[in-house]
Design a protein around this ligand. Structure first.
Ligand code: PMP
Length: 400
């Protein structure tokens, strides 16, 4: 792993301490290694990136074209265009003052942390968590408090584990349902149980990242709908990247109390001036146009999920639970590590890429070692070929 060091570099260059401990994302490292192998002529199949393979819907692309031709090419309002904020407000049953549109959900998270954390403030994140959570918190000079949520507990935070990790410095709980990387979806009862703990600790705010909302294979319930009494300290994060295949358009949004949204706008105003006006017009078309594609894509993902879970569980040493949402499998690979003589999940994933040309991401990148993440947002031929190769390589290694 590449750890960057303060003070290292040329001509006296020194990184700021707030980013000195950040590491280059393991996912990016794997993608770069895969690109090098491909350039060497190797046949590499990558299941590393969390990006749907479907195209952005045509009517969305056309709306962007029309917006550009109509001259919607000037600086947007900092918190988002009036039209898009109104549409998001209507969907969430709030006023537009409670909505901020940002350059991806990632920037919503960054805005929220930069706008609220004092150095050393703690942010509870159940592991496995999306890799950027801890880095964004660290960059905002907060302290990530990682709470391991093992497979036996469905990768979900229990009320007892939440309670045990609360301190007077706790500022936020980050909850991601459906989860990247585990696919876990919290039931209304599970959300209620967490809400009851949070009700006793009024200094804690809740960031509910619901960007995989529409990629659900069991019913999805929003945190806010289940815990309306916590609305005045809840920030819902969402966006079009995953559901509408719009990762490159970079539009996400936050829905929360007006005062928080205003503070986040203060940050955003100095960093980007606001999200791309043309991408916001495209997002408006995505949210207000026909929604049939969501069902179609969900069904396609479900079929892939079933295929991938079946194939993974047929590989010796791999134990893969069925994810309830998102588009990732997060199997336990400890059996492979043991039988194959691997030192760690990262060692295994590095070997798999070099030996079999298959890129998957080690669980330690998500705060839960002993696992690996495989994205199934890939075509059937890629999934079939990749899983067959993975199975053959692992089986040969274990039997050697
Ligand atoms: N939250 C989660 C859980 C994610 O997986 C991602 C993307 N990988 C994001 C937020 C950020 O999405 P974007 O910035 O593309 O809107």
């Amino acid at each position: 792993m590449l750890r960057t060091e303060a003070g290292a570099g040329t001509a006296g260059f020194k990184r700021a301490s707030r980013i000195a401990s950040l590491e280059i994302s393991e996912i990016v490292q794997l993608a770069e290694r895969a690109a090098v192998l491909r350039a060497e002529g190797r046949d590499v199949i990558s299941f590393a990136t969390g990006e749907p393979d479907f195209p952005t819907p045509l009517h969305v692309v056309e709306a962007a074209h029309a917006a550009a031709l109509a001259g919607k090419t000037r600086y947007p309002a900092t918190l988002g265009t009036a039209e898009l904020r109104a549409a998001i407000a209507a969907i969430n049953d709030v006023t537009a003052k409670e909505v901020i549109v940002s350059t991806g959900a990632k920037q919503v998270l960054a805005n929220a942390m930069l706008a609220t954390l004092e150095p050393g403030d703690e942010v509870i994140m159940p592991a496995p968590y999306w890799t950027s959570y801890s880095d964004i918190v660290s960059m905002a000079e907060g302290s990530p408090v990682v709470v391991a949520c093992p497979m036996a507990e469905g990768f979900k935070l229990s009320p007892a584990a939440l309670e045990a990790n609360i301190t007077p410095r706790t500022r936020w709980l980050m909850l991601n349902s459906p989860s990247n990387p585990s696919g876990a979806i919290y039931s209304p009862e599970e959300i209620r149980a967490l809400a009851d703990v949070l009700a006793r600790h009024p200094h804690i705010w809740i960031l509910a990242d619901e960007i995989y909302e529409h990629l659900n294979f069991v019913p999805f319930h929003s945190f806010k709908a289940c815990a309306p009494e916590l609305a005045e300290r809840t920030l819902i994060v969402n966006g079009v990247s995953k559901a509408y295949s719009m990762t490159g358009w970079r539009i996400g949004w936050g829905v929360g109390p007006a005062e928080l949204i205003k503070a986040m706008g203060t940050v955003q105003g100095q960093i980007t001036s606001g999200a791309c006006s043309i991408a916001q017009a495209a997002t408006l078309a995505a949210l207000t146009g026909g929604q049939a594609l969501l069902d179609e894509r969900r069904s396609a993902m479900r079929a892939r999920r079933d295929k991938v879970v079946r194939a993974l569980n047929a590989i010796p040493g791999i134990d893969c639970p069925v994810p309830d949402g998102a588009f990732y499998a997060f199997p336990n690979v400890e059996g492979v590590l043991k039988a194959g003589g691997f030192a760690s999940d990262a060692d295994f994933c590095g070997w798999l890429l070099d030996k079999a040309g298959i890129a998957i991401v080690p669980g330690r990148a998500f705060g839960l070692p002993g696992h690996a993440r495989l994205s199934f947002a890939y075509s059937d031929p890629e999934l079939d070929a990749g899983l067959a190769r993975m199975s053959a390589a692992v089986t040969a290694r274990i039997n050697s």
